[in-house]
Every structure is written in structure tokens, then in C-alpha cells.
Design a binder for this molecule. Sequence first.
Ligand SMILES: *[C@@H]1O[C@H](CO)[C@@H](O)[C@H](O)[C@H]1NC(C)=O
Ligand SMILES: *[C@@H]1O[C@H](CO)[C@@H](O)[C@H](O)[C@H]1NC(C)=O
Ligand SMILES: *[C@@H]1O[C@H](CO)[C@@H](O)[C@H](O)[C@H]1NC(C)=O
Ligand SMILES: *[C@@H]1O[C@H](CO)[C@@H](O)[C@H](O)[C@H]1NC(C)=O
Ligand SMILES: *[C@@H]1O[C@H](CO)[C@@H](O)[C@H](O)[C@H]1NC(C)=O
Length: 842
Amino acid sequence: MRMQEPSQTMEATYSHHLLNLLLLSFLLLSPRAFAAGDIADTFSKGRNITDNETLVSADGAFTMGFFSPGVSTKRFLGIWFTVSRDAVCWVANRDRPLNDNSGVLVLSDAGSLLLLDGSGQVTWSSNSSSPSPVEAQLLNSGKLVVRNRGSSTVLWHSFDHPSNVLLSGMKVGKDFWSGAEWYLTSWRSADDPSPGAYRRVLDTNGLPDNIVWQGNVKTFRTGPWNGLWFSGIPEVLTYSSLIEYQMVTTPREITYGYVVKSGSPFTYVVLTDTGIVKRLVWDASSRAWQTYYQGPRDVCDAYGKCGPFGLCNSSAASTSFCSCLKGFSPASPSAWNLRDTSAGCRRKVKLDCGDKNRTTDGFVLLHGVKLPDTHNASVDTSITVEECSARCLANCTCLAYAAADIRGGGGAGSGCIIWTDDIMDLRYVDQGQDMYLRLAQVELPSPSTSPSPPSSRSIPTALVVGASVASIAVILLILLVVLVIRRRRRLTISAAQSPAPAAPSIEQTNPPPTVPSVELSSLKGATGNFSESNIIGRGGFAIVYEGHLSDGTKVAVKRLIRSSLTEVGGEDFMREVKVMSELSHANLVQLLSYCNDGNERILVYEYMKNKSLNIYIFGGDPRFRSLLNWERRLEIIRGVAKGVAYLHGLSKEVIHRDLKPSNILLDDNWRPKIADFGTAKLFVVDQTDPTLVQTAGYTAPEYIMERYMTLKCDVYSFGVILLEIISGQRNSTKPTLLSDAWESWNQGRISNLLDSTVAQPEPVLLFELERCVQIGLLCVQQSPDDRPTMSAVVTMLNNNSQFRLPKRPVLDSRTGSPFSEANRSTQHASGTSGDSYTIYLT
Ligand SMILES: *[C@@H]1O[C@H](CO)[C@@H](O)[C@H](O)[C@H]1NC(C)=O
Ligand SMILES: *[C@@H]1O[C@H](CO)[C@@H](O)[C@H](O)[C@H]1NC(C)=O
Ligand SMILES: *[C@@H]1O[C@H](CO)[C@@H](O)[C@H](O)[C@H]1NC(C)=O
Ligand SMILES: *[C@@H]1O[C@H](CO)[C@@H](O)[C@H](O)[C@H]1NC(C)=O
Ligand SMILES: *[C@@H]1O[C@H](CO)[C@@H](O)[C@H](O)[C@H]1NC(C)=O
């Protein structure tokens, strides 16, 4: 459309202006600016745009003009959604701001669109050139074009120079013929549109994947294109009525964009100055932009969060987002424990690469993932997924494969992605894809020792197909066997059997078989129908009863309080039972059996005659205290250390989370046994009250302040318990316990610290106690890094080697903690509200 003479305007563009009026009526435009609407969407040489004039697209959707972003007073030439002046889609002079209102946009004789400052200097140029006269137009799509007057040949357009916004009809990616590349660059800040820290670039190696870069570091990926959407952003399906993706993959170009469907509200994608990608949609009724999508959306979207061969699960507990892929273990277990998972995981058993036709390797299926980075992967869209599998097995450089396109293949997809180096940035995602990870035979879920049938071994394709069929069969078989065994047990075992006597050595290797389940009726019989008189302990989550089995064995029956169970409690309960049944150590209370019947969740443990440690070390009656002499106390400390080290040392790396004297039970020989390690708390209602998760006085400062739970939190709790065992004082009621202990130790006078109700130790014991205090002080160091691991503690407790000197503990270990004095007196006055296994004296 040409520029109109004012006299022609009324007739020629009446309806057009009416529309503009309707759309713009909410904008309190100055009369001058509104008059600028007269130039409509097009202008040509001789008609300049000054600071207070605007160009509006024919349908009124977009406006071009001068603006100042945020609190800035600098002037920029930009294009924005007319409905929302803040929604700037494009900026011409991003890094050459104008300092005043004297800027003017003109068309040069040579065919360029020029932005001139007050002194006539060119601040920005379209760099287009043409011998014949040109005009500029703001199209309904928000695209500014420069072209020869009356011609459709575009000399220059703004979509070729994206800022931080992807509009409908724009594209990002590469043109291999021209070498052109389009990508988004964030603003520096909300007040400064100059190019900022983040870029969002379509990676065209492997499968197309939108990658956000901060400098040369990848921060976030959408995941590879799967034919319908980007693997990690299944959300688009929820607004597929709004937009349609446009992916072009030809030898000439690989580009991605989208178009809004007709009748849809305004929408755009922006890369914010903080590196976040958002899809915003205009909600006309509330006159606001709604965020339809935002990424990264959680911790697992942080690129490479779990390192190579790591797998991120954002629904897992905050301490365990990351796990290693099956067949892999942390490359740096110590860093991994401190939640530095960036080093990722290593393969445990080498692949079988001898003869490609006779490999015994197979695949495990990872279901529902955002596919890993395909930058270095090879992609072949022409073969089937079965062929892909065979190709992977035949070439030992192949570590994993997946379908390249989820369409077709009867639901299995088609095409082939083969990964040959690090599997990076893998996470679970709703409606995620299937990926097949190549593993050595022993790591495969099928019975590890039985070799595959030789006939199928020689034919890789058959092996693969066979393997998947076989694994399904094996899984079904295992399920069947489990069901039958459980049935049998239910029929034959009327009560828990007596435990195998705990071995005296700490290194028990063979986990016992999964503990049997027991009928509710026999537990009712054993506890006098859960009679009050049989209660030996009561906590926030459970009541513990003394039980007498028909064979005369005494057991502790821990009945979870029904109201505290979550809906998924049943499932989690079985998971916990499985974990607990696999834990067996002389210093852990042994789980004997369980009951999962209707609403009842009951755990049956070995009975501990001497009840819990707190009774003795804090006992009001000095006779209880003196029962535990210094030798016994040292043995108890060593035993607890071994028990915790065992929990920490397992491949599962169980964090106890709630170590305290009331969770340490004593058997007939005063041997300590740690209770409640099964984290019964995990499957009861999530209590946001932190005092219910841990008990005041034993909680590491980093957990109180940052909810940062690692093995080192247990080390801290252990240190406190150690000092309490030595001093007979509760850290929760004597805030200076830790600093007093340090003072005594530092002055070489630990006898000041020792519980005076216990007979004075011999000099040789005193020396041992002094070492012990030093170890305890190391365990309660403020920084988790300064604390030793539990296995190091065990070593230190058992030999006389030199070790580090502890720093003075922070005066009140609860500084900055939510356990204010007021809180403590209400929550912990009795010391029971957080206890889940407090044994009462009967
Ligand atoms: C447009 O700007 C140019 C350069 O500043 C100036 O020479 C010209 O006179 C202006 N034209 C109009 C119509 O304002
Ligand atoms: C125009 O050319 C100048 C100088 O080569 C360059 O700095 C500028 O980025 C170009 N502008 C556009 C819009 O391409
Ligand atoms: C992720 O973790 C949650 C919580 O532990 C679990 O329920 C879920 O099954 C895990 N997701 C996958 C895909 O394993
Ligand atoms: C791809 O290979 C290059 C060069 O070996 C390497 O630096 C890069 O980390 C690899 N990328 C991924 C995602 O594995
Ligand atoms: C195995 O795969 C690698 C990497 O994709 C490739 O370079 C090599 O040619 C393949 N070898 C065979 C025998 O196909």
C-alpha cells in the first residue's frame, strides 16, 4: 500500500482505520503519534519517521517506532505488539542507542533504510541497495521489509535479523547454500536490548535441536526434533490448536519456525535476558500475556545436570535427581555424594566387542526420556528401528540407539539415531521417547548367567528381536515366581520366623532373601490386638508394640499410623520393605517381616531388650548412666559408626536422615543397632515442617538452611551423638555443647567434658576418649567438605594414626536454623514429636 494523501485517506482507508481505532483505542496515544497512523504501514523516500511517530501494520497488530526499554532513557527503534508496548519483537539499533529524541528513520537514495541520530550520523542501516526508489512496509506478520517501490522483490527484511523473539513465520536455523544462519540473542537486561549473555541456536548436527548457549556453554536444550515436536517439550501438544511447527530439513536448509493458526490470539517465543525461553500468548480478556511454555522448567532441564551417562528424574527427592544409567556408576562417587554430579557416570562392565557377529551384548529400554544430545550422533532416517538395532549391535562404537522419527513404524517410529560418544543431558519427561542402551550381558535384566541361545547369537537381528521378546518373557516369569512365592509364604508362614543370629563381623556380604510377609491376624495375636499395654514406643509416624510370636520369639511390631500414609503409600511401602530387607548388618536392627494388608502397613523387627541409647546416656537415674561404662560407650560409638558406614557404603548409598540416640537400640550385649534406617518417613505424608524430618540438635546446618541433604548430614548427626555419648548432655538443651567440647579438647582437658556420673576412665582410655572427641568435632564441622566420610571415621576410631585437627565449631550450631527457642519448646519439649521410634521405659 502506498502512502496516501491526507485528502484521500477518509475514503480509501476508512475501514482500515476503524479497525486501527478499535485496536488502538486503549492506547493513550498522543494526538501527534496518532496522526502518524496516517502513514499507515508503508512509507517511502521523502516521508521520514521521527521519534514520536509510528508505523502500524495494516491489521493493526504491530507497531514500529521509537521506544525506551524499562527504566532506560535511551531511544531505540523497534517493533512491538500494538496491544502491549512491552512486547518488543525486534530492535534495529540494539547496541547503538540514541541518547535523545532526535532520531529519525529515513530511506536513502541508495536504497537503504537508515536510522540517523540528531547530528545526521547513521546509527543503523539496512545495508540494502537499489538503483530505483525503495519503500518500507511493516507487514501484518510484524516483518519490516524494504523493497523497490511497487515491486514484490524484497531487498531486506527484519526476520532475517532476529533479536530475542521468534514470531510466527520467522525461522531459525541454517541455509547451507548461502551460509546464512538465524538465531535468537537475548537482551542484556530488561532495560538494555543490546546482545546479552544467551543465544538460542538450532543445532543442525544430528537431529535439529534448539540449544540455549551462555557464551560457549550449553544451558538448555529442547531435545531433538522427533517428527512432531522437540523431544523434551511435549507440552506443545497442549497448544497444537494454536500453532503449527514448521521444520524444514532439506539439503539446502535446516530451519525451524512456527505459524499461528488463523483466529488464534497473538503469541511469540522470547529468549529472556536470564536465558529462559518462553512462549507467551495474549489473553484478550485479562489484557495480559500468559506463559504457555517456559524452559528450562526444572532442575533436570539444566544441560548436562547429571553428566555423561547420568539420568535426571525431576520427580525424585531433591537429593536424588540424578542417577546413573543402568550398568553405570558415578565416575566420582565422592563428588556425586556432594551432589556434584557433573562428572557423570562410568560403565561398570565393558561391552563385548570381540567379534561383531558374536557379541553377547544386548539392550535395555529407557522409556519416556528426552533424548540425549544428538550433536555427535549419526542419524539415518531411511532405515527401520529394527535395522537400527542390528546396526548398533554390529558396530561396537554404538552405545545406544533410538528411532529418529516417532511417526510410523506401527507406533515404534522409524529411522535411526546412533550415539557413539557420551550420552549427555538425558532426563525423564512426560510422553518422552524410547531409547535403547547397549550393555554387556551381565548388566542386562535377564538372568545374568544364562547365555543367550547360540542360534540367535550368530544372527544379531534375531538376537535383538529375541532379546526383547525374551526380556518380556523373563519379566513375566519373574513376576509370576514372585507372586507364587508370596502366596506360598502367606499360606505357610503364620508368623515371622526368628532372625538369623547377627554375625559378629561387620562385613556381612550376602543380603538375605526378601523378608516374608505376615498375616495381620498373627500380628494381632502377637500384640494382644495392638493393646495399649504392649506399646513400647510411639512417634510421629508409627506406634511400636512388643509382640510375642507363637514360637515364643519377642519382636518389635511397628505399626504405621494410617492417617500419615500417603495415597501411594502402599507402593512405596513395598519399595521400602525391599530396600530394608536387603540391608543387613550387625549394627542395624534387622527387619524380620512385614504386613501390607488393606490399610495396614506394619514392620516387624528383632526385639531389643535394652531399648534405646537415650535412656542410658541422658537417663535421669544415674544408675542407667553408669550402666554404660567408658569401654561400652566407646564400643557403642564404634558400632554406630560401622552401621552408618555400611548404609553409606552400599551401592544405594542410603542416607539415614534421622540419626539420634533414640534411634539407636541396644541388644543384650549392649551392641548398638541403628533403627529406622528404612526412612519410613519417605512414604508418609510429606511434612513440610522440617522438624518432623529431622530432630533438633542433630541436623546439619546445611540441611537446616538450604535443605541440602547428603551423606555428610548423617556424619554431622553422628558427631553430635558421639559428643552426647561422651558428655551425657543433649545438644538440643545445651546449645554450647559443641563449642564446650572443642574448648575442652583444645585445652587438652577433655575430662571436663566427660559425663561425671560414669566412673573416671583409666589414662589409656582417656587418651582414646580424647581421640574420639577429636573425631566427633571433625564430624560436626560447619562445612560438609570438612567432615570425614563415615568409612574414614571407622578407620580413625579403630587405629591410632594421626588425623586432621578440627576447627572451632560455630558457637551455636543452630544459628540460622528455623529451630528458634520458641519452636523448640513447642515442638521438642518432650523430645518425642519428631521421634519415630522413641522407646519408653516400661
Ligand atoms: C527526512 O530526513 C532527511 C534527513 O534528515 C531530511 O534531509 C529530509 O528533509 C527529511 N524529510 C522530511 C519530509 O522531513
Ligand atoms: C550493515 O553494515 C554494517 C557495516 O558492515 C554492519 O555493522 C551492520 O551490522 C549491517 N547492518 C545490517 C542490518 O546488516
Ligand atoms: C522418578 O522418581 C519418582 C519419585 O521417586 C518415581 O516415582 C518415578 O517412578 C521416577 N520416574 C521414573 C521414570 O523412573
Ligand atoms: C561432540 O564431540 C566433540 C569433539 O569430540 C566434543 O567436544 C563434544 O563434547 C561432543 N558433544 C557431545 C554432546 O557429546
Ligand atoms: C562403526 O561406526 C563408526 C561411527 O559411526 C563408523 O565410522 C564406522 O565406519 C562403523 N564401522 C562399521 C564396520 O560399520
